[in-house]
Design a protein around this ligand. Sequence first.
Ligand code: HEC
Length: 170
Amino acid sequence: MFFVLVAVLALAGVIAHMAPASGQSDGEAAPVFGIKIPPGYRDWKLISVAHEAGDFNDLRAVLGNDVAIKAYRDGTLPFPDGAIIARLAWRYVPSEENNKVFGRPQSFVAGPPTNVQFMVKDSSKYAATGGWGFAQFNDGKPVDEVVLNTCFACHEPVKARDFVFTRYAP
Ligand code: HEC
């Protein structure tokens, strides 16, 4: 039994070591909340998508780690510690290639990435901001404190949903 446990732990260690394949987890931690890019976040499950026009002019995907996805599906509020929600965004660009086959200009797709944001739940560590730590990375680099200090205040209106705007898209 002990050997099985050792083998399992060894394997878990190998997997944990492999996880940063998607990159950047060795990168710099964001200020204020000390969050690094979570390894493997690009493989997380989809919660929903959004399009912001105006100055953002982007397409967004909101992804969750297993803890976040389970909480969403079970309707658990507040989100438990360990939940992480990622918001990825790309420029909203027309696709000539797609428009050609549709025969008219109607197609918009994800262009170059703009930035990635994270909300990390740790109710004791981040007690002052609703239990959430906030982080944003532009091209893998954390944004400064001034930007991070705007996050929580703007998420406050959805306090009733544990400060999370995005609803689970069935
Ligand atoms: C001006 C208000 C505003 C500010 C400032 C803001 N957010 Fe948000 N955030 C939103 C809205 C609205 C959504 C949902 C719609 C969307 O994604 O466009 C959202 C979505 C998110 C999501 C997906 C989960 C959710 O709540 O829907 C994450 C993660 C996130 N924001 C992180 C951050 C971080 C990190 C910062 C600071 C760097 C930040 N936000 C600053 C308004 C804001």
